[in-house]
Design a protein around this ligand. Structure first.
Ligand SMILES: [Zn+2]
Length: 216
């Protein structure tokens, strides 16, 4: 399994991607991939609301097309939507033209200038091309809520042992992850609250981590 926390070497190697916003002193950036999902996304929204937290949803275009009412709920609650391709494609296994077309198709249902590559897999040429139009958001901490080998307690532990102000944390509002995300999320938010931090959405413009002018 990959590490829960992304090593600094990887971040430096792919420095044109956004991995974290460590210049933020009081915000944690929770992100939810692969929705919207009936029966899951609404519960995630309810938990976020109970803690007065905002977040970012990297929706699959196909799911957004099927569930426009969930997209409206996400938006009207003040959360941010991001593009996660239409078909959840692996960039490394997809021809560039097909990859870009799929992202463009998703744009109709998830209009956003934020993009997260499914599986975190994206080639240097795709990065170069997509950077013209998108801010590419990776992550600092992976909860592994989607992994059947990870218990819900371990999923929670993965986040709270590593989270810090500026962290970008990955959860999934998918059926596969639902039991774990619904267990871990309120506990993570409780932890965040106790620390005096807040859950914030990824609002553009996103500043480089070296800069000290974060607007979160
Ligand atoms: Zn995904």
């Amino acid at each position: 399994m990959l590490p829960t926390r992304i090593p600094g070497l990887v971040k430096r190697l792919y420095h044109s991607l956004t991995w974290d916003l460590y210049n933020c002193t009081d915000s944690v950036f929770l992100t939810f991939d692969d929705g919207p999902t009936p029966g899951v996304t609404k519960q995630v929204l309810d938990i976020l609301k109970a803690f007065d937290a905002l977040a970012t949803f990297f929706c699959i275009g196909r799911n957004a097309e099927r569930n426009p009412e969930l997209i409206s709920m996400i938006r009207s609650a003040g959360h941010i939507i991001g593009n996660h391709t239409y078909s959840h494609l692996n960039g490394m296994k997809t021809r560039n033209r097909d990859y870009y077309n799929d992202i463009q198709l998703a744009r109709s249902f998830t209009p956003s200038e934020l993009f997260r590559p499914p599986y975190g897999m994206i080639s240097p040429s795709q990065i170069k091309h997509l950077k013209k139009q998108y801010t590419i958001i990776m992550w600092d901490i992976m909860s592994y809520d989607y992994d059947p080998a990870v218990s819900r307690e371990k999923c929670l532990d993965n986040v709270i042992t590593s989270v810090r102000p500026g962290s970008v944390v990955v959860f999934h509002d998918s059926l596969k992850a639902s039991e774990k995300v619904l267990y871990a999320l309120p506990r993570v938010l409780e932890f965040v609250k106790e620390k005096g931090w807040k859950g914030s959405p990824l609002r553009l413009p996103i500043r480089g981590r070296e800069r000290k002018d974060c607007e979160c």
